[in-house]
Design a protein around this ligand. Structure first.
Ligand SMILES: Cc1cc2nc3c(=O)[nH]c(=O)nc-3n(C[C@H](O)[C@H](O)[C@H](O)COP(=O)(O)OP(=O)(O)OC[C@H]3O[C@@H](n4cnc5c(N)ncnc54)[C@H](O)[C@@H]3O)c2cc1C
Length: 486
């Protein structure tokens, strides 16, 4: 007899986001977390535009925005600045907010939605059959669920227990991380500087504390176990950037070894992997937490559909296909950034920097880079012959008095109908899975969009005589329900 529908292992941002998604889908969910306390240190601080849109699609973006500092332009290499205002999003920014702040918003939502978060629950064993997954905990008890998801971070026990290889390598340079107070902070919301001595970044937490990050050529091989005093951080800043910004006080510091690895499989039977358990990479580009939240939003509704029994056979597997591809793209992007900033070959760095400046000058190339960095450009593969919009991120279409991303907040598919036929006027058989809405016709997008609960286009159609049949087929394929169209 199962204790829950889905057991989520790990209460980091990925596990908490997944838990809120499962609760929204009406699925019983227990989060098993090894730690007894929430951590007071932070790793991620950059929340990208697509993540803000996904949080908006669940009504959480407005809660997160006041906790952060918006950055409106970024500079991937000296002499090249990209204005984030160029992206077609409600959130044309990079929001600097401590990971703990994002986790607080997610945890509150999860608890409000009835998720049980069990702290002090360390998963040590796992077995599964065709109906259940049994997780063994360090205290000798067991949890039985219909599905389990390992959101247990880079050193995932779940991944090890499944025997899934975590393929990749580690970077040579140790990163210095410190939370400091500054007497003379930089004027920019995000300061970055590189030189022959290394690279440094300063990010404000908004409460008087700053995250100082340094890649120091002289100190890159100091053992990770050696304490990191503030003087060492200060020295790295002076050599790389010519200033320590008046470093006054340090509350936390560590040396960090970054890796570039991806799980060979995201799914083994009834157990799935998400977040850092599935992919780790350089922190440059601020992609890790964002990708984990993206995994969770892709997976939640699909698992919900499995538990409720309306999922088509291929749906759960599509999580692995879609998100493994995104993970591989993120590894490639962050690796390119890392080589650009920290590469040893001077000639290669000069050439790469020139290439980035060219990319930034050419609008289509710049938009492509922005799309990958902000997550706005993430799209899922579509079947051959599909409408070109299939798999793309759905824009925030105005639907009468509301926006599409407001309509998505109850976790259903949305059929956005701007066709002359008026499909939306017709009843959809299973209103628990899909809702319909009218939108104003425009040449800028297809006449009808079937938008998945995670804000991606499942199907798109144009006003042709076949439209009603095509829409009916798409709803049957994706939503497992019949749509009655006159
Ligand atoms: C220096 C640095 C800067 C970064 N900056 C950014 C950034 O700006 N933007 C960004 O998007 N990302 C950034 N990242 C990456 C980001 O921090 C991670 O990608 C993110 O924390 C991953 O979330 P997660 O929930 O998948 O895993 P985690 O946050 O690692 O959470 C995993 C959870 O699982 C629990 N757990 C582990 N094992 C078990 C077990 N056996 N049983 C039960 N529970 C278990 C852990 O206690 C933990 O709470 C940065 C990382 C670093 C190191």
């Amino acid at each position: 007899m199962e204790t829950t529908d889905v057991a989520v292992v790990g209460a980091g941002p990925t596990g908490l986001m997944l838990a809120t998604e499962l609760a929204l889908a009406g699925v019983r969910c227990r989060v098993l977390e090894r730690r007894t306390e929430t951590p007071n240190t932070t790793r991620a601080f950059a929340v990208h535009a697509r993540t803000l849109e996904l949080l908006d699609a669940r009504g959480m973006a407005d809660e997160l925005l006041p906790r952060g500092v918006p950055v409106r332009a970024i500079s991937p290499t000296p002499g090249a600045t990209i204005d984030l205002g160029e992206i077609d999003s409600r959130y044309p920014m990079l929001l600097i907010v401590p990971q703990s702040g994002t986790e607080q918003v997610l945890e509150r939502r999860a608890r409000e939605a009835g998720v049980v978060i069990v702290r002090g629950a360390e998963v040590t064993g796992l077995r599964q059959d065709i109906l259940h997954v049994v997780l063994q905990l360090a205290d000798g008890t067991e949890e039985t669920a219909r599905y389990a998801v390992g959101c247990d971070g880079a050193h995932s026990r779940v991944r090890d227990l499944l025997g899934v290889p975590f393929t990749g390598t580690e970077y040579a340079t140790h990163i210095l991380l410190a939370d400091v107070r500054l007497d003379a902070p930089p004027p920019e919301a995000m300061f970055a500087e590189t030189s022959a001595a290394g690279a440094v970044i300063v990010i404000p937490f908004g409460d008087g504390w700053f995250r100082a990050i340094a890649w120091d050529r002289q100190r890159e091989q100091v053992p990770l176990t050696e304490p990191l005093p503030m003087d060492e951080v200060r020295d790295a800043f002076v050599r790389v950037a010519g200033t320590d910004f008046g470093m006054l006080e340090q509350r936390w510091s560590t040396r960090f070894l970054s890796e570039r690895r991806q799980a060979a499989q995201y799914r083994v039977g009834r157990v799935l992997l998400a977040g850092d358990a599935a992919h780790v990479h350089s922190p440059l580009g601020g992609q890790g937490m964002n990708t984990g939240i993206g995994d969770a939003v892709n997976l939640g509704w699909k698992l919900g559909a499995m538990v409720h029994g309306w999922a088509p056979a291929w749906l759960l597997e599509s999580y692995a296909t879609e998100r493994h591809r995104v993970g591989a793209q993120v590894l490639a992007l962050t690796d390119a950034f890392t080589n650009l900033v920290l590469g040893y070959s001077r000639v290669r760095k000069v050439l790469q920097s020139a290439a980035v400046r060219t990319i930034v000058r050419v609008p289509p190339a710049r938009r492509a880079l922005l799309g990958r960095l902000t997550g706005i450009g993430i799209a899922y593969p579509a079947a051959r012959g599909s409408h070109p919009w299939t798999g793309r991120r759905a824009p925030d279409v105005v639907c009468g008095s509301r926006r599409l991303y407001e309509l998505l907040r109850d976790g259903r598919f949305v059929l956005v109908d701007a066709s002359a036929l008026g499909l939306a006027a017709e009843a959809v058989a299973d209103a628990a899975v899909v809702r319909t809405t009218r939108a104003t016709p425009t040449t800028r997008r297809p006449d009808v969009l079937l938008v998945r609960p995670d804000g991606y286009v499942a199907w798109a159609g144009e006003d042709t005589p076949e439209l009603a049949d095509q829409a009916r087929a798409a709803v049957a394929r994706w939503c497992g329900t019949e749509m009655r169209v006159a």
